[in-house]
Design a protein around this ligand. Structure first.
Ligand code: AP5
Length: 216
């Protein structure tokens, strides 16, 4: 199953991707997570990406597209993958389609997470993440058992640097300008399936599992 997760920042893509990994055993490829891991390790890619991420801007395509296309060639992607945060503009979407089609391949479905902007802002301001394993929590009822300590790996749980309100507002602007056009792109290709991401976590997950049955 080759899945793309589309939707605004904070719509729940990362949260549900991690649950889908557990259920379907295919890798979760998040460009945001890749950049953050590079930043933690102090690689040149991480340091270059940081400046853009901190401002809520997109990291340039030159640093992003080949990275993902190479990752998709890895053996663990043979049975499928969940792409989260990529593609993020039309040129990335077209590069992905071209690279897959050249191999006689294509994605199966683009799951479009739809959520009201006021709910997004509430979720983003409440989000806390583990700096070691990336597990996501929320002060609105999904906190780790011990405050500030990840349930999964014991790492520190903090607010993401780009989750400050002014940066979130700019990320939403960038989303509307640059990422939203790819929703229409996948709709025209017949790949878009809308997901109501405003429901409680378990209900969203049940909806996703129902949709994905068709692609097993
Ligand atoms: P990235 O890491 O991709 O961030 P994003 O798309 O902005 O997405 P988020 O991780 O903020 O949101 P999400 O939808 O995963 O929400 P989550 O599940 O955490 O990108 C960061 C930056 O990297 C970009 O700004 C850019 O600079 C750069 N970048 C990345 N990819 C790039 C690319 N391809 N090209 C160029 N630049 C790129 O959920 C949010 C909160 O809500 C959580 O706290 C969660 O617990 C909670 N929640 C989720 N679902 C529910 C629910 N159903 N009910 C209640 N709470 C819920």
């Amino acid at each position: 199953m080759k899945i793309i997760l589309l939707g605004a920042p904070g719509a729940g893509k990362g949260t549900h991707a991690k649950l889908l990994v557990d259920k379907y055993g295919i890798p979760h490829i998040s460009t945001g997570d890749i950049f953050r891991a590079n930043l933690r390790e102090g690689t040149p890619l991480g340091l270059q990406a940081k400046a853009f991420m901190d401002r809520g801007e997109l990291v340039p395509d030159e640093l992003t597209v080949d990275l993902v296309l190479d990752r998709l060639q890895a053996p663990d992607c043979e049975k499928g993958y969940i792409l989260d945060g990529f593609p993020r503009n039309l040129s990335q979407a077209e590069a992905l389609t071209k690279a897959l089609n050249q191999r006689g391949d294509d994605i199966d479905v683009a799951l479009h997470f739809v959520l009201e902007e006021d709910v997004i802002l509430k979720r983003m301001s409440g989000r806390r993440v583990c700096t070691v394993c990336g597990a996501s929590y929320n002060v609105n009822g999904m906190m780790p058992r011990v405050e500030g300590v990840c349930d999964r790996c014991g790492g520190p749980v903090v607010q993401r640097a780009d989750d400050r309100e002014e940066t979130v507002l700019h990320r939403l602007e960038v989303y509307h300008e640059q990422t939203e056009p790819i929703v229409a792109y996948y709709r025209e290709l017949g790949k878009e399936v809308v997901v109501d991401a405003g429901k409680p976590l378990e209900e969203v997950q049940a909806e996703l599992n129902g949709i994905l049955e068709a692609y097993l």
